[in-house]
Design a binder for this molecule. Structure first.
Ligand SMILES: [Zn+2]
Length: 235
């Protein structure tokens, strides 16, 4: 049977550890949510980049159309000029201009056709990108909801844990409370109180001295001579 002092110190450690752990878990939640929100922003940026690339091609296509129209207008102008022309060589010169303009139109139209082909592919790709993004965003939002629910749950648990910790503190004498607080600052990380396994400290896995073992066996509050954790002999 463990003596009352050790037993109450162990309960204190357990409740204190619970409070520390919950505080740590709660503190990590905003960063986790931020990371997920960043992921949503990145997905949206990807969709926007795909949309922008497609829009740029549509603008290019419009430009090609305008260029074709301007060449067509030019041809019309040449043809009107030809009606008034008497000299054959001038007429022929205009014919040359018309041919050049027609060749240009043909090139532009080829380019436009290629672009339209690309646009078909791009539109299909955009649809796919949009669908994938929507699915992924839905999934990420669900994760955010889960984190928010966890946050609420942890905060409620923390309140209870704090009450339980205070309750245990109120049952203990000042001397042991101070001892525990000192132990916490010295060890920095839980557990602060560990059981001896034979003569071995289960915190640092080193052997404690015979003197410590002897004191621990009679239920004294003693520390491992290597790591400083409080050691006790289990029941
Ligand atoms: Zn130790």
């Amino acid at each position: 049977m463990l003596n009352d002092n050790i037993q109450s110190l162990l309960i204190l450690q357990e409740r204190d550890t619970q409070v520390v752990r919950l505080n740590k878990d709660i503190a990590a939640i905003p960063a986790a949510i931020q990371k997920l929100n960043d992921e949503i922003s990145a997905i949206k940026a990807d969709v926007k980049a795909t949309e922008d690339a497609l829009k740029a091609k549509e603008v290019k296509r419009k430009e090609l159309e305008l260029e074709v129209e301007s060449h067509e207008a030019q041809i019309l102008k040449y043809k009107t000029q030809q009606i008034q022309i008497k000299k054959t060589e001038e007429f022929e010169a205009l014919n040359k201009e018309i041919e050049t303009a027609q060749a240009k139109i043909s090139d532009l139209e080829d380019e436009e056709l290629m672009l339209m082909d690309e646009l078909d592919g791009d539109q299909a790709q955009l649809k796919e990108v949009n669908e994938t993004a929507e699915r992924r965003i839905g999934f990420v939002k669900q994760q955010i909801d889960e984190w928010q629910a966890k946050d609420e749950r942890f905060k409620a648990m923390l309140q209870e844990a704090e009450v339980a910790l205070e309750d245990q503190k109120s049952r203990m004498d000042v001397e042991h409370l101070r001892f525990f607080e000192r132990l916490k600052t010295q060890i920095k990380r839980t557990p602060y109180i560990v059981e001896l396994s034979g003569q071995q400290c289960t915190g640092c896995h080193m052997r404690v001295s015979n003197d410590i073992l002897k004191k621990a066996k009679i239920g004294s509050v003693v520390a491992c001579d290597n790591c400083g954790r409080m050691v006790y002999v289990g029941a």
